[in-house]
Design a protein around this ligand. Structure first.
Ligand code: S5P
Length: 264
């Protein structure tokens, strides 16, 4: 199916090239799944991507939680992700002032050189988005920033007023791909979609086919409900990488997410 047919008004209204890139990959793979690849060794990570690569559209990393990280092994890992046509999303949750965020895109991990998407909190103000975009620009690459408008963890401090402010400032910024919305509460997600309108994407962690509470304050909601409420991508970690059979789990999340998009 053509992405424009699957995505409708979201496709027509998106302005950032990275948004269309994501929607194209998702339509090709018939999957709105971003794998949260929270594994601690390079071997485990690569094995996981080999298993589930065909069923996911994006790969979310936490580059700083890997025990045996090296420049060479990461280079190979990114090549594997690219082979599977995956967008690489470093969930760094940047929060500093613009110029420091720009500098943090380089350093040991050199995130600007391999990430397509990064997350940021808007707590320091909108210049952080310029800083991150300048980071990609410094190496002649393009990317998109996802701003945390809501969080899935219990007791988080991102209240309604804060969310509204993030949406207001983020919607006006060309470098913003979209927002992180809370998948454990479809009602909150629907309200977020209402505020965001059609132009920006909403990506959603805190989803699992077995809904309820996760470890250390994580909360889960249903993946189908999240897309139906207006999310454009479900970020799934344990639901896939802790499953007995990650491959069939990924396939099932992909099936549900695609069905939800078409029915939406
Ligand atoms: O509010 C949030 C934002 C994010 S990006 N809640 C989250 O859980 N995340 C991330 O999503 C978190 O860092 C983790 O990598 C993933 C959820 O993993 P799961 O195992 O709970 O599905």
């Amino acid at each position: 199916m053509q992405p424009k047919d699957a995505w409708g008004s979201r496709w027509r209204n998106a302005t950032l090239p990275m948004a269309k890139h994501y929607m194209t990959v998702a339509a090709e793979k018939q999957s709105l799944v971003c794998l949260a690849a929270d594994r601690n060794t390079m071997a485990d990570l690569s094995e996981l991507v080999q298993q589930v690569g065909p069923f996911i559209a994006a790969l979310k990393t936490h580059v700083d939680l890997i025990d045996d990280w090296s420049v060479e092994s990461w280079h190979d890992f990114c090549a594997l992700a690219n082979k599977h046509n995956l967008l690489i999303f470093e969930d760094r949750k940047f929060a500093d002032i613009g110029k420091i965020s720009r500098a943090q895109m380089s350093g040991v991990y050199n995130i600007r050189a391999w990430s397509d998407i990064v997350t940021a909190h808007l707590i320091s103000g909108p210049d952080i988005v310029d800083g991150l975009q300048a980071g990609w620009n410094d190496v002649g690459r393009q990317g998109g920033v996802l701003l945390l408008a809501q969080m899935s963890s219990r007791g988080n401090l991102l209240g309604e007023d804060y969310t509204a402010k993030v949406v207001e400032l983020g919607s006006a910024h060309a470098g913003v791909l979209g927002f992180i919305g809370n998948g454990s509460r479809p009602v909150e997600l629907a309200e977020l979609r209402r505020q965001v309108g059609e132009q920006k994407l909403i990506w959603t962690p805190g989803v699992n086919i077995s809904v309820g509470d996760g470890e250390m304050g994580q909360r889960y909601g249903d993946p189908y409900d999240a897309i139906a409420a207006g999310s454009d991508c479900i970020i799934v970690g344990s639901g896939i990488h802790r499953a007995n059979d990650p491959r069939s789990a990924a396939q099932e999340y992909a099936r549900l997410s695609w069905k939800a998009l078409l029915e939406r």
